[in-house]
Design a binder for this molecule. Structure first.
Ligand SMILES: Nc1ncnc2c1ncn2[C@@H]1O[C@H](COP(=O)(O)OP(=O)(O)O)[C@@H](O)[C@H]1O
Ligand SMILES: O=C(O)C[C@@H](O)[C@H](O)C(=O)COP(=O)(O)O
Length: 336
């Protein structure tokens, strides 16, 4: 059964809009930030990570965003290009804005947190007039991420991108990617997230992210089906609710639900799971696979990334995901 019909014969499989940042991941793992002395620099930002993941899986990809006009911005641009991502709609800021930094603290494989530096960041300065309609018209999928809705003018840029995607029947994926520090109030967050979600074909988020969107609603038991059902009255065809190590559940407009278990992992850190899951899942769906197989593929990709030090740089190829699944099936990967 086909749940989502991707447009045929477009130049790009996948385009994302949103933040391009830097992750500084602690080298001394299993220590608090206060005692961490060195970090390794990687390209970061959830939509950037997903795009890198899609590119590693062999998809034709592009990015719409804004980078700082400095060494960090150039590092990001060059990394995207080395990964085969079209950067023709990556705009360079000329106002002196900086690159967002995410310092990651890895206290233990299950206790990880992120310290964000996001004052005057270039990614939130993308303007609606800078979004290229033709690129969205040429893409099968547009992925938006919630953080880009947090402030103007990036908020208007995303809404304009949604308008172009609707006009050209480009499939819209919403990765909720809720980062509280970028928002000023729960009410503002819920209102903008809900407005955007109404236009989206596929919505992916954690239980906690959907809870935030339900600020004005009545779902006292945090029931996944109640959460998903609402979106089928709008544009959604698939809603996925992720539950960390417990796996994920997908609901479809036809009233079906599918569960996916997580794969075993020798966890180094937990962040990056959602981004790699999204890339693996969307790749599978775009190959015409079943939802179950696509979710399982995303789960395997997630296990690979959380078993690695980075998010972006660890995004796996098809061969790596296939190999990981085979090794798990042979019982060769034992969780840490
Ligand atoms: N500790 C873990 N062990 C194995 N797989 C995991 C673990 N944590 C997350 N995953 C996988 O990654 C997917 C997404 O993780 P989740 O933590 O729910 O999202 P996010 O990273 O967006 O918060 C899960 O559905 C699961 O397949
Ligand atoms: O999104 C960011 O700005 C930071 C990411 O690059 C980071 O590595 C991360 O937190 C990934 O998010 P997740 O996949 O939702 O765990």
């Amino acid at each position: 059964m086909t749940y989502v019909s991707f447009p045929a014969s477009r130049k790009k499989d996948f385009t994302a809009i949103g933040r391009l940042c830097i992750d500084l991941n602690a080298n001394e793992i299993n220590r608090p930030m206060e005692e961490t002395m060195t970090f390794t620099k990687y390209v970061g930002g959830s939509p950037a990570n997903i795009t890198i993941g899609m590119s590693r899986l062999g998809m034709e990809t592009a990015f719409i965003g804004k980078i700082a006009g400095d060494q960090m911005g150039r590092f990001i641009q060059s990394y995207l290009e080395k990964n085969g991502i079209d950067t023709s709609n990556v705009v360079t800021d000329n106002t002196g804005a900086v690159t967002g930094l995410a310092f990651t603290e890895i206290k233990s494989p299950t206790d990880c947190s992120i310290l964000m530096y996001r004052d005057n960041v270039a990614d939130l300065l993308l303007q609606a007039s800078e979004v290229q309609e033709q690129l969205i018209a040429d893409s099968k999928v547009l992925l938006i991420s919630g953080t880009a809705l947090a402030q103007s003018p990036s908020r208007e840029a995303v809404i304009q991108a949604l308008t172009y995607a609707k006009k050209h029947s480009t499939i819209i994926v919403f990765d909720l990617d809720y980062r509280p520090y970028t928002w000023t109030s729960d009410e503002e967050t819920a209102v903008y997230y809900n407005l955007a979600a109404e236009k989206c074909d596929i919505i992916l988020g954690t239980r906690e992210e959907f809870d935030m969107m339900e600020t004005f609603e009545n779902n006292p038991d945090h029931n996944d089906q109640v959460t998903a059902q609402k979106w089928f009255d709008f544009s959604a065809k698939i809603v996925i609710i992720k539950h960390g190590k417990e796996g994920s559940i997908a609901y479809t407009r036809e009233g079906l639900s599918h569960r996916a278990n997580s794969y075993p992992a020798r966890v180094v850190k937990t962040f990056g799971a959602g981004d790699s899951y999204a890339a693996g899942f969307l790749y599978g769906l775009m190959q015409g696979w079943t939802i179950e197989r696509s979710m399982s593929y995303g789960s395997a990709a997630a296990s690979i990334v959380i078993s690695s030090h980075s998010c972006s740089d660890a995004m796996p190829t098809v061969e790596q995901v296939d190999d990981y699944i085979e090794r798990c099936n042979r019982g060769e990967i034992v969780p840490s």
